[in-house]
Design a protein around this ligand. Sequence first.
Ligand SMILES: Nc1ncnc2c1ncn2[C@@H]1O[C@H](COP(=O)(O)OP(=O)(O)O)[C@@H](O)[C@H]1O
Ligand SMILES: O=c1ccn([C@@H]2O[C@H](COP(=O)(O)O)[C@@H](O)[C@H]2O)c(=O)[nH]1
Length: 209
Amino acid sequence: MKPLLIGIAGGSASGKTTIAQCLKEEFEQTRSVVIIREDDYYKDQSEKTMAERVKTNYDHPFAFDHALMIEQIDALLAGQAIEKPVYDFVQHTRSTLTEVVEPCDVVVLEGLFVLEEPELRKRLNIKVYVDTDADIRFIRRLMRDVEERGRTLQSVVNQYTETVRVMHEQFIEPSKRYADVIIPEGGSNVVAIDLLKTKISSIISPNML
Ligand SMILES: Nc1ncnc2c1ncn2[C@@H]1O[C@H](COP(=O)(O)OP(=O)(O)O)[C@@H](O)[C@H]1O
Ligand SMILES: O=c1ccn([C@@H]2O[C@H](COP(=O)(O)O)[C@@H](O)[C@H]2O)c(=O)[nH]1
């Protein structure tokens, strides 16, 4: 049977990763769910200096290698393992590491553009948009980027006002209209996450429902 492909889009720090991780953990024992993060397909910038990397607009679709991402998703859908890139947010470029991902019953794609990019969207069986207010997203991003991604408060504020906010309004928010399911507030929405878990259960063990 072809794997079920679930896409989770939404703004930066809306809770996409948190929800995807919740789904994966629920089915950990059966190893039925694998997560593919669009972030891992940011283009390699190892040829650029750090000063040049900082200037990149990471919230525009051009920042991603979507062709490679689509090629690897198609391989997973065809039952083949992939060796995917791993992104290093601190260095703003691809890590030298790669990760082998085995095919699974359910593939969760999470990222800014998974509903916006037509070639990704048309492959999705279930389209989810995580709808979290901008002020909450900004606060979460500030805390996460300072704690985990090596940023300063000032750099987070500058990036948010110069690119993140405007690209969100241009590309991400409009992609909500393609969603089958809209989840307000992200990871704290237990009811919505339970509905997704039930759907996944019906795919991997249809006789249990
Ligand atoms: N419901 C929530 N309440 C509080 N913090 C949250 C919640 N959901 C996510 N976070 C935190 O916000 C940050 C961004 O969440 P994440 O799931 O990584 O968002 P995204 O993948 O959309 O960028 C993380 O540090 C995460 O732990
Ligand atoms: O080198 C980079 C690459 C990306 N970003 C920012 O990350 C977010 C996307 O990640 P989320 O987990 O969805 O928040 C995006 O808004 C980019 O601005 C970066 O700062 N540096």
